[in-house]
Design a protein around this ligand. Structure first.
Ligand code: 5GP
Length: 122
């Protein structure tokens, strides 16, 4: 975070802002996105907001990045039949609006649904 204000995700972790929390450990939280872009759209992020984006997290704490990916895999198994799209918007021009690293985990709830490949570039 460049500002001194806590991020929206830090405020969700602190229960200052309501959210549908689907996973929480000592280090990682996952919530339902408030404005879903897929039939199932979850956000997975570390509790710490010290990393702005995935490049900072990969350089600073690769173990924590691997933990996020593992949580995404487990949530996809529970909510999306195991298959999912993992997106880290990195930078404003790429659509990042919250500068507290987070993974978008996108998918369909069952085998009948699917994400279109073309939607990736929207
Ligand atoms: P970004 O655009 O930074 O990659 O992703 C930020 C995501 O956070 C967006 O998909 C947006 O809908 C979601 N978001 C922003 N504020 C809130 C909130 O207060 N609650 C929840 N559940 N999601 C939020």
């Amino acid at each position: 975070m460049s500002s001194t204000e806590p991020s929206v995700f830090t405020r969700i972790v602190a229960r200052e802002i309501p959210a549908e929390i689907v996973f929480e450990s000592d280090t990682v939280v996952a919530i339902k996105d408030i404005a879903p872009k897929a039939p199932v759209h979850l956000l997975v992020f570390p509790k710490t907001e010290q990393y702005r984006d995935v490049t900072e997290l990969a350089a600073g704490d690769p173990t924590l990045l691997a933990e996020l990916v593992g949580v995404a895999r487990d949530l996809a198994a529970q909510h999306m039949g195991g298959e999912f799209r993992l997106v880290f918007n990195t930078g404003e021009s790429a659509g990042q609006t919250v500068f507290h690293v987070h993974a978008h985990v996108l998918g369909s709830p069952d085998a009948r649904g699917h994400l279109s490949e073309g939607s990736l570039a929207q």
